[in-house]
Design a binder for this molecule. Structure first.
Ligand code: PLP
Length: 401
């Protein structure tokens, strides 16, 4: 699909991000770490400031006008997120602190019902946040296994099918790898998991900011979103879950708005989504994330994806000309996002003095001569560069970035 945004318009868009106007050492900032966290457009900061300067009140707890305003903005943001990922209902959109907390919510609540002999299947291309929570279940006798990655950076689907058994209760997989850029076919993964009765937890931290996401089309059971990676504030994200499944799950935290009725010996949980939202929520951050969704919609996710594909092609072409570099991940841009990981001969991962200046980056990069191992191995760090709509991103990462 062709972009409907002209090159001149992209230059204008960059001006929406005040931090990108800064200079360092007399040179304009080229921000290459968007996969770790994205810069914020002014509209997002304005929405947060407006809550604190004009609409501050708690939500859901009062009928006076100020509280009604805050509630309207807070719930309005939830509806924006619902639409953005195409969930059926706002009951399926739960505010969390970020993608990590969303995954841990599922890990806690589903983990309560797992017993020795049950199996959880994750993959070797996960971020720590979708790896360690499941790994830790092994200490309780749950079998935890990991799908391998092929040499060209794809999920090994033959290995997936071989490891998927009737004992598999949950499959945890990323939609877009933060290490390899690989975009997984979640619908195919979900269909196979559902065929053996397993549920599917998808880490959408790197996909949601960069491509059109549709949880119904993917038919995943849960989907984790990170707000700060999609131009929103830090400390906010969402967990999408199918309503039927969320109804059956135990709450994660107790207290505050997640309660409908308390008696001395018993408590009734609130209706969805509040059942999973204990205590006062990050109201300003949720409203800010709603503004980020408005901003991304203004550009259009199709345009974001196309622009990033162009930047990724450019980065891979330039990097590919350097014989000392090995680039990882798929070459086919239709199944990869903007992250470009590479190793550089004779440069150690902690050697931060490597100042490679190419026409597309003037930032200092860290690289490693260590070969790529599991993304979870801190010893196998790679340098990762990612292209994003408003800039490009580059950082050293294991799989924690
Ligand atoms: N999953 C992936 C693929 C990530 O890249 C990250 C962040 O780097 C996370 C999860 C964690 O997201 P959050 O910071 O919102 O907890």
């Amino acid at each position: 699909m062709a972009s409907t945004i002209t090159p001149a318009r992209w230059v204008e868009i960059k001006k929406d991000f005040p931090t990108l106007a800064r200079t360092f050492n007399g040179k304009p900032l080229v921000y290459l770490d968007s996969a770790a966290t994205a810069q914020k457009p002014q509209a997002v900061t304005d929405a947060v400031v407006a809550y604190y300067t004009k609409h501050t009140a708690n939500v859901h707890r009062a009928v006076y006008e100020l509280s009604a305003e805050a509630t309207e903005r807070f719930e309005g943001a939830r509806e924006k997120l619902r639409k953005f990922i195409n969930a059926k209902s706002t009951k399926e959109v739960i505010w969390t602190k970020g993608a990590t907390e969303a995954i841990n919510l599922v890990r806690y609540s589903v983990g309560l019902n797992l017993k020795p002999g049950d199996k959880v299947l994750s993959t070797l291309m996960e971020h720590h946040s979708n790896f360690v929570p499941w790994q830790q279940l092994a200490r309780r006798g749950v079998e935890v296994d990991y799908v391998k990655v092929t040499p060209d950076g794809l999920l090994d689907l033959a290995d997936y099918e071989a490891k998927l058994t009737p004992n598999t209760k949950l499959v945890a997989v990323t939609q877009q790898s933060n290490v390899l850029g690989t975009i997984n076919d979640i619908r195919a993964i979900s269909d196979k998991a559902h065929a053996v009765g397993a549920q599917v937890m998808v880490d959408g931290a790197q996909s949601t900011p960069h491509m059109q996401v549709d949880v119904q089309a993917m038919d995943c059971d849960w989907f984790a979103v990170s707000g700060h990676k999609m131009l929103g504030p830090t400390g906010i994200g969402i967990l999408y879950g199918k309503e039927r499944i969320l109804e059956q799950m135990e709450p994660f935290h107790y207290g505050g708005d997640m309660i409908k009725e308390v008696k001395i010996l018993n408590t009734r949980w609130n209706d969805l989504p509040n059942k999973f939202e204990a205590g006062t929520q990050p109201i300003a951050e949720a409203i800010g994330l709603g503004a980020a969704v408005d901003y991304l919609n203004g550009i259009g996710m199709g345009n974001v994806r196309k622009h990033e594909q162009d930047l990724t092609a450019y980065a891979m072409d330039k990097l590919g000309k350097d014989a000392s570099l090995t680039i990882y991940g798929p070459r086919d841009l239709s199944i990869r996002g903007g992250v470009v990981s590479f190793t550089m001969k004779k440069v150690h991962r902690w050697s931060t003095t490597c100042t490679r200046r190419t026409s597309w980056t003037t930032t200092r990069t860290r690289a490693t001569s260590a070969r790529w191992r599991s993304p979870t191995s801190r010893r196998g760090r790679t340098t990762r560069c990612a292209a994003t709509a408003s800039s490009s991103s580059c950082s050293s990462t294991g799989s924690s970035g």
